[in-house]
Structures are given as structure tokens and as C-alpha cells.
Design a protein around this ligand. Structure first.
Ligand SMILES: Nc1nc2c(ncn2[C@@H]2O[C@H](COP(=O)(O)OP(=O)(O)OP(=O)(O)O)[C@@H](O)[C@H]2O)c(=O)[nH]1
Ligand SMILES: [Mg+2]
Length: 425
């Protein structure tokens, strides 16, 4: 089964908790804190796999979770990090944000794994919190949650050339004579239900990829025939080869057919309609009743400055001239479209800051809460801007007012998960 869209949920692992423990050994008096750190939660990565050609696997499995980090142990043992999860997708898969449809990433270039959901940081064990004035910290920190996101995968095949045209025009036949692909061919409309790819070799070491898609009919944009959604597979193409049946045998008029397909392309996407075209005037072997329809089409295309090649997929006549023209045209055209990342993460949904708990241990103020854990897993504390944002959020939530009301003094430590700072007024 060919599936080209799927909606899935990714959840990165949660960081493990830090441990509270103290070194105990015969004849060693005060051993000191030795609680280990929690391990990082596993990340979720996506990689392209050239052996895959559909998103079918994602039909049956919707939720992908990386492992949680393990909790820290005694004797300064860190918890093991949660194993990362790597998801394989066909090349040409777009990742979109499920809520907005914005493109998060295009998995099309030959690139390494893409980090799609980041694992939560592990909490620190109590050994990290020992200072000259705080020799026996009886606290450790909880791990932070991993990122969770709903995404839509959309496969857009990677091909240099897309074949478009009415059903039965001979698109699959053309693909079968120019490449080693063996698509289904039959004398009835809508033979092709899913796209086919073929590689056309031209001379030594040079080749281009052609995509054959289902036929379009008038009104496809509003759902007629098979609709027009499969045009997504020629959306990246550099050039369209528009196959028109010029035999006139089925009572069709090639000029009307050509215009109808162009109208459907425009309805799908103006940028696709503006893509350079070469017309393959097919089924010329059947032009026994005169070449009136072919001449009419040639005149129409001359006015539009679109090259036309009379061919016969059945007898192969004219096909080499067509592929030579395509091969000659491609080098002057932009490369296959790769989509820019356009997704801008919205401010994280942190819930309400109400449920913060404050506990005082000596001169350390331990602050915890679901809201804070979420906030912290969304800030990178080594970045100045993010630290400023974090500070504004704490202030806005009234944390400092509450600490002052409970008697915090200048120089005390505020400790929030894996973040500690000195309190200054
Ligand atoms: N006589 C003749 N018949 C052709 C030629 N090209 C294709 N055909 C026939 O036309 C019919 C349709 O061909 P296909 O290649 O399946 O057409 P298609 O455009 O892929 O059709 P869909 O997949 O339904 O969109 C088949 O019976 C082919 O054998 C040609 O050049 N000459
Ligand atoms: Mg076909």
C-alpha cells in the first residue's frame, strides 16, 4: 500500500532523578554526599532510508517514545541515559507541525539524523550541591520532561521530471520505454493509482529521475477522478513533461486537453503551473486520419513558447529526441526543490505557575513544580537571552515575592532543578 501522509506523536525520554546519598565507610567519619545524577532522556531522531518508498509503517503505529533516563545511584553513580530512538522515513519526507502545518524540516538532502524531539536533562545528585556552607545537602533534583510533539509526515517524492496529463494519455508507457521501471499500463483511465519512479540514463554517468503519477481530469482540484493530491509528488520537480494524446481517437481535442491540465496545475499550485514544461504529443502512430489535431496543438504551444515533441510510446518513435531535449534542458534549471524550515516554535505551553513548592534547607531555597520543570526544559541556561527570559518568567510568576515573604536573605541560594543561583535583591 502506498501511503504518503501520516500523523504521529513523538515523545523524547524524561531525564532520570538525581540521588541523595552519603558516603559510608568504616573509619571514614563524615563521608560527604555521593548521590549520582540522573541520566538524560533519549532523543528522538529521524533519518532518511533510501530503501523506503512509502509511509505505510506509520499507519499502524502512531506513537514513538524514546526511553527515559535512569535515576542516579549511590557512590556517585550516574543513571544510564535513555536510549535514543531513530525513526526511518523515505527520502523526500517533510515534517510538519500538526497544529499549524508549518514545515519543521525537509528530510530530503543527504544529511545526518535530524533531532526531532530532545530528551529531558537528568537531575543532579546531592553531591553536586555540597559547598563549604552546605556540607550535607539532603536534596537532589528531579529529571526534566522530554519534548513531546505532534507532527505530520508528508512524502513528496524526489524527481527531476514529472509526467502529467490526462488518464490514458500514455504517461506510464513513456516511463516504461525510457527507464527500467515497469509500471502498470492498460487501455482504461486511472490505471496508475500510485506514483512510479524511473531513472533515465543519458550517455555515460549522467541520469535523471522521472516520476509518473495518476492522471488528472477536469475538476480534479475539487475532487473529480482521483483528485489532485498526488501532484505533491511532482511538486519538487524541475521540469514537467506534459503528455497529450494527439490521436484524436477518443473524441478528444489535444488543445482543450492541454489547457484543462494547465488549469488543474494552477488550481493546485501557481508555482507548479509556472514550472518549465515540455509537451510530449503522444500516440502519433495513430494519426492516420491526418495530423490536424497535432498541428493545432503545435500552433498553440508555439504561441506559449513551449517545446513540443511528437512521439509514440508504443513504437518508441521520437522518444530519444524527447529525452535528449529533457537532458539538455535540465542543467539550466534550478535543482530539485528542498523546502526551507518555516516552523517557529510558539511560546511553550507551561500551564499555570500556581503549583510551586518552596522548601528551605539551611540557606538553600528549593523550588519545584510542574510549571517550573516545563519552563526549564524549554530554556538553554548557557544562553544569555534564554537566561533573561527565564528570569522574567520567574519574576512574572511572583516567585521572588514569595521567597521574600518567607524570609530569603541576600546571598542565599535559589535552587530550581538543575539551575542554581545566588539571590540578590
Ligand atoms: N497506439 C498507441 N497506444 C499507446 C501509446 N502510448 C500508450 N498507449 C496505450 O494507451 C493506453 C494507456 O496507456 P498508459 O501508459 O497506461 O496511460 P497513462 O497516461 O499512464 O494512464 P493512467 O495511468 O490511467 O493515467 C494503453 O493501452 C497503452 O498501450 C502510443 O504511443 N500509441
Ligand atoms: Mg499510468
Amino acid at each position: 500500500m502506498f501511503i504518503d501522509t501520516a500523523r504521529i506523536t513523538l515523545r523524547a525520554g524524561r531525564g532520570g532523578n538525581g540521588a541523595v546519598s552519603f558516603h559510608r565507610e568504616k573509619y571514614v567519619a563524615a563521608g560527604g554526599p555521593d548521590g549520582g545524577d540522573g541520566g538524560r532522556g533519549g532523543h528522538v531522531y529521524l533519518v532518511t532510508d533510501p530503501g523506503l518508498s512509502t509511509l505505510m509503517d506509520f499507519r499502524y503505529r502512531r506513537r514513538y517514545e524514546a526511553a527515559d533516563g535512569q535515576n542516579g545511584g549511590t557512590k556517585a553513580c550516574s543513571g544510564r541515559g535513555g536510549a535514543d530512538l531513530t525513526i526511518r522515513v523515505p527520502s523526500g519526507t517533510l515534517l510538519r507541525d500538526a497544529a499549524t502545518g508549518a514545515i519543521i524540516h525537509d528530510m530530503s538532502a543527504a544529511e545526518g539524523p535530524y533531532l526531532a524531539a530532545r530528551g529531558g536533562r537528568g537531575g543532579w545528585g546531592n553531591r553536586h550541591f555540597a559547598t563549604a556552607t552546605r556540607q550535607c545537602p539532603r536534596f537532589a533534583k528531579a529529571g526534566l520532561p522530554g519534548e513531546e510533539r505532534d507532527i505530520v509526515l508528508e512524502l513528496k517524492l524526489l524527481a527531476d521530471v514529472g509526467l502529467v496529463g490526462f488518464p490514458n494519455a500514455g504517461k506510464s508507457t513513456l516511463l516504461s520505454v525510457v527507464s527500467a521501471a515497469r509500471p502498470k499500463i492498460a487501455g482504461y483511465p486511472f490505471t496508475t493509482l500510485t506514483p512510479n519512479l524511473g531513472v533515465v540514463r543519458v550517455g555515460e554517468g549522467s541520469a535523471f529521475v522521472v516520476a509518473d503519477i495518476p492522471g488528472l481530469i477536469e475538476g480534479a482540484a475539487s475532487g473529480a477522478g482521483l483528485g489532485h493530491e498526488f501532484l505533491r509528488h511532482v511538486d519538487r520537480c524541475r521540469l514537467l513533461v506534459h503528455v497529450v494524446d494527439v490521436s484524436g481517437l477518443e473524441g478528444r481535442d489535444p488543445v482543450e486537453d492541454f489547457d484543462a491540465i494547465c488549469a488543474e496545475l494552477r488550481a493546485y499550485s501557481p508555482s507548479l503551473a509556472a514550472r518549465p514544461q515540455i509537451v510530449a504529443a503522444n500516440k502519433c502512430d495513430l494519426l492516420r486520419g491526418g495530423d490536424g489535431p497535432l498541428r493545432a496543438l503545435t500552433e498553440r504551444l508555439a504561441a506559449l513558447d513551449i517545446p513540443v515533441f511528437p512521439i509514440s510510446g508504443a513504437t518508441r518513435s521520437g522518444v530519444d529526441a524527447l529525452t535528449a531535449a529533457v537532458a539538455a534542458r535540465l542543467p539550466s534549471l534550478p535543482p530539485v526543490t528542498v523546502y526551507e524550515d518555516e516552523y517557529i516554535p510558539p511560546p511553550p505551553d507551561l500551564g499555570s505557575p500556581g503549583e510551586m513548592t518552596i522548601r528551605c534547607e539551611g540557606r538553600t531555597w528549593l523550588v519545584e513544580g510542574v510549571w517550573l520543570a516545563r519552563l526549564l526544559s524549554n530554556v538553554n541556561l548557557s544562553d544569555y537571552e534564554s537566561r533573561m527570559y527565564f528570569d522574567r518568567m520567574l519574576r512574572g510568576a511572583g516567585l521572588f515575592h514569595r521567597l521574600e515573604a518567607q524570609g530569603i536573605a541576600e546571598g542565599d541560594i535559589v535552587s530550581i532543578y538543575d539551575c542554581e543561583f545566588e539571590y540578590v535583591r
